[in-house]
Design a binder for this molecule. Sequence first.
Ligand SMILES: C[S@@+](CC[C@H](N)C(=O)[O-])C[C@H]1O[C@@H](n2cnc3c(N)ncnc32)[C@H](O)[C@@H]1O
Length: 270
Amino acid sequence: MEPKPIHLSPEYADQFRDRAVVEAYARRPPYPKALIRVLRERLADSDGVLLDLGCGLGEISRQLAASFRSITAVDSSEAMLAEARRLSGGDSERIQWLCSPVEEASFVGPFAAVLAAESFHWFDWVSLVPSLIAVVPSRRLLLVEREEVDSPWKPSLLEAILRYSTNREFRPYALVGELEKRGLFIEEGRQVFGPVPFSQSIDDYVESIHSRNGFSRDRMEPADAAAFDERVVRLTRPFGRRGRIDLRIRVTLVWGTLENGCRGPESPSS
Ligand SMILES: C[S@@+](CC[C@H](N)C(=O)[O-])C[C@H]1O[C@@H](n2cnc3c(N)ncnc32)[C@H](O)[C@@H]1O
């Protein structure tokens, strides 16, 4: 099977253990309320047991907890989970926070479905998917991705990102396509939310970028971090008012079925 894109390897995922990334993370735009509502509706027929992989600060699990019997929320970053427990709803008895790489976790199923928000790209798909199929009889996987759209400074920001990112191997990729071509997933449908307006101070916007892959302050040279910050301020300021900018956030929910990798186009039997 074709190897995963190299910029999605575990050494890059490791940055989510950094204190600086966890501190910056809450500056990311929130998920829209409509997404939480639709997740509740789509999972209403489940028996109320959900698996949230790469849960981070648990933004989704903490909001869904009241509607589920139990959510197992897994993340390999102890720092992320410590913060998740501290945030609103993080002390819910219905959430079992589990600190482990998802590939090594001993899941106690069965689960009605698996959810992964902005995280599935980090996992070792080939070892993980069969272990998920064993504990999720429905094989139902829900993927959430969030992106900033229509920002007039986006092309210049991309140039700055390519110049300063510590991840020198980044290549554009499409998660669902990568999974499907390996025969690990079949998409059944998707729903797009927004774009939803989100206003933020330029300082918070800059900080939010430091929660992204390749921008951990703990790993950047201080001079590079300062130069990057200055550049982002310079290119967003013309669009700001009183130090704030307006963003438009689009979130995509994709649902479908986990497959065991035998039905990909590369399979001799297909
Ligand atoms: C971009 S964050 C997404 C967090 C959260 N789901 C959200 O939507 O805000 C990716 C998360 O995946 C976690 N992660 C990456 N690789 C992992 C792995 N192999 N096992 C468990 N968690 C992992 C990181 O620690 C990080 O918290």
